[in-house]
Design a protein around this ligand. Sequence first.
Ligand code: ARG
Length: 636
Amino acid sequence: MPRSAKMAFRPGRAGRNADRKTALHPVGYWSDPLSPYGNGSQTMASVPSLASSLQQQLADALTAALPDAGAADPLLRRSDRADFQANGILALAKKLKGNPRELASQVTAALPAGELIKDIEVSGPGFLNITLSDKAIVETLAARAADTEGRLGVPVDADAGTTVIDYAQPNVAKEMHVGHLRSAVIGDAMVKILEFTGENVVRRHHIGDWGTQFGMLIQYLIEHPGALKHDGAADGASDGEAAMSTLNRVYKESRALFDSDEEFKARSRDRVVALQAGDPETLELWQGFVDESKIYFHSVFDKLDMEVRDPDIVGESGYNDMLEETCRILEETGVAVRSEGALCVFFDDVKGPDGNKVPLIVKKTNGGYGYAATDLSAIRDRVQDLKADTLLYVVDARQSLHFKMVFETARRAGWLNEDVKAVQLAFGTVLGKDGKPFKTREGETVRLQDLLDEAVERATAVVREKAGKVGLSEDEIVENGRYVGIGAVKYADLSTSAVRDYKFDLDQMVALNGDTSVYLQYAYARIRSILRRAGDAVPAAHPELELVPAERALGLHLDQFGEVLAEVAAGYEPHKLAAYLYQLASHLTTFYDQCQVLSPDNAPEVVENRLFLVELTARTLHRGMALLGIRTPEKL
Ligand code: ARG
């Protein structure tokens, strides 16, 4: 290999000088696990991964070997035989009618001398097998560990934009169900992940707070003043639960009246008209329902350990002033047409079973506006006022046709154009153990609160079993029980691809082994316990040491964190982050099997280097879990 001054791999500060002082982390980076992350700072060190350094060197070598071939991708992949395999040369040689093995040798010869690559060999018809040096691995990880911003060297996306994310959108005066759980959990993770990559994120909770049912509810309240007065929280019930049970009662009673009493029905219809006309008394009563519901929503979100901010709750009613204009523009531009008295948008490929086109109805025959008019107005608001370049909707896959039609309509109207992307992050149905949509034995939808309470209860039992050994106080048991229980529910939701249905199985969710959050939380706590027991030994990188296979495997996996995050953010695929973290914990398990950390038989620098590896693993687990909205208790 010819010597070259140009090297893509430049270890950071700590990499070059891995003494104790620089390898240590400032006290305090550890505290406040779920605080808003410090992104946006331009001064932090972003550390190129080993893979990207290698990719760069190979691409340069390809260009050097074939100056006329233009930019070529070496197609670098992780490999079992070596650390990496480059598969791109084969196709390139074929294209240029050259000999692949010869080209592979030329590329190898054109690689710069340096410390990144330990071993490179041409294999098979023209692949390159590449093994990295232990030194490069440890130095790169040390540079990541030295990032004091808590970003672990992950760069902030230079061309980040503004994403408006529509998630956690329950309905006023109605019980939340597991579908609302999914939207909240997936949406919250995406908010955190996108913000971490540097994206400007605007949250929107598009709650169902408008529509004809409010005529019925308000009219009932007028005729039964005081119906919304609390029944008084039953023993142990929270304010949120009391609010919901009151709302439930009012809903049931007014529904019964609505279905049995034609005159009440007529008065309810008039009440909708009054509501839409902005009659002050009617609006005030409506607000009462919204406020009561918000108490309930917040109690569920608190239970979920999730921040939902009031100003971000902009429900259907928030677009009321725009509806008329939205419809007028659609009609004037010919995007929507009158059909049987309704204002409709038609699509060539949306047809009913009878072969007739099924329209998107933006204004009903009776003059009322529905779900489509609100969503179209929301798009105008989000693009024109909030300046979004991406609209992300975390909504049940069963609403996909609605969004397809809404997006297409907005495109025809010019509200969406090539500068704005609209995406539905569609999620599947939550199934019971029997594989059918999740219901109670009585066939009712499962109350979200009961479900979360049960998860916490089971998790607390699991935590309690080991509590003696770890020395947990009763308070800690209770707190960890929440973190483990809620984490289990979130992780189960996040660890399969969103669009797939999944089975809600609490036994499996809180299992200590397997692909569960508890397994990851234990991995984390175990490291923290080792670090507490380390005495005078401190984590410090020692690039001069030779690594054993389990150390290398762990190190190479740690190195991929930033790239995985970029992929997760770009494709809206939190399950890939979950999978990465699970693999990380599995690498750690293998590492423990093969490597003692605090053994007196180890040389001091081996102890330090291993502490360094596990500590970086802990920080990566902690950061990754936090991005999924899951806590990592220090002791478990
Ligand atoms: N509230 C709706 C429901 O419970 C979900 C709203 C989704 N967001 C939207 N912009 N349509 O099904």
